[in-house]
Ligand binder design. Structure first.
Ligand code: ATP
Ligand code: MG
Length: 254
């Protein structure tokens, strides 16, 4: 199983959007995909149409080892499974910090099911929290979505800084697969000046890290999420370019 964490240290950067499309496209390509909702906002759980019932285990119980990892997994589509979250996941913060090895807890839990899935996609939370650290610690690969705006550039700088810090303490052994510009604005054939400037700045900051084809500002992403389908099945296959490139990058490493 290859684990990919979508992470960025600001809200609204496209982490959940990237997680959903990457997961659905891999599942459509007949890969067995485990999605992990590691954000107490639980947007991924909601987008995948899963409702957490009272007394049903979520990522919180899996992290705390109150249940086996397998018991926290629910089928949410063809080739698609989910470890869900709800706002109770916030309680994992204290557990992770007091465990003294917070960064490796999720990685250890996921190893229990590593033979069952081809890919695991983790949707990280936007804050620099213990949950965020454990999602980085579990990653073989990281994708960093960043809005094509000055907020996105700032988020990218902070996220790359965090990854560097984690590398120094051996809490991140993965590779950054790419930076994914999000909500790139175009009017006809003209790219908005702010989008263009932000993506250029991202390229400078990225140095050797690839900057992926961008996710354009478009209603189609929300429509596809609401309908639970891929962009290509709505007739917008060209919007899948960034995810295709990520999948190609992953396949080179299988
Ligand atoms: N291509 C797009 N164009 C415009 N808006 C989009 C597009 N794709 C997704 N959105 C919307 O942008 C918002 C932010 O996206 P998303 O939830 O993926 O970000 P996030 O990084 O996961 O945010 P958070 O940190 O709060 O979890 C959402 O409301 C989503 O519906
Ligand atoms: Mg999100």
């Amino acid at each position: 199983m290859l684990t990919i964490t979508c992470t960025s240290l600001s809200g609204g950067q496209g982490k959940t959007t990237a997680s959903v499309f990457l997961g659905r496209m891999l599942a459509q390509a007949e890969q067995r995909v485990l999605m992990v909702d590691a954000d107490p906002q639980a947007n991924l759980t909601f987008y995948l149409g899963h409702e957490v019932q009272e007394n049903q285990p979520t990522l919180l119980e899996v992290l705390k080892k109150q249940v086996s990892t397998e018991d926290g997994i629910y089928e949410v589509g063809e080739n698609l499974w989910l470890i869900p979250a709800d706002d109770g996941l916030d309680k994992a913060q204290d557990f992770l910090s007091s465990s003294g090895m917070g960064a490796i807890v999720l990685s250890k839990r996921l190893k229990e099911v590593a033979d069952v899935f081809h890919y695991c996609i983790i949707d990280a939370p936007p804050q620099r929290s213990q949950i965020c650290l454990t999602t980085a610690g579990a990653a073989d690969y990281v994708v960093i979505p960043a809005e094509a705006s000055s907020k996105g550039v700032n988020s990218l700088i902070r996220t790359l800084g965090l990854i560097e810090e984690l590398k120094e303490i051996d809490a991140f052994a993965g590779k950054i697969l790419g930076i994914l510009p999000f909500r790139d604005k175009w009017v006809g054939n003209n790219q908005a000046a702010q989008s263009k400037a932000s993506i250029e700045t991202m390229r400078t900051i990225a140095e050797t890290i690839p900057v992926l084809p961008s996710i354009p500002e478009s209603e189609q992403f929300k429509k596809a999420i609401d309908k639970g389908v891929t962009l290509s099945s709505l007739g917008f296959g060209q919007l899948e370019a960034p995810f295709q490139q990520i999948i190609e990058g992953l396949q080179k490493n299988v």
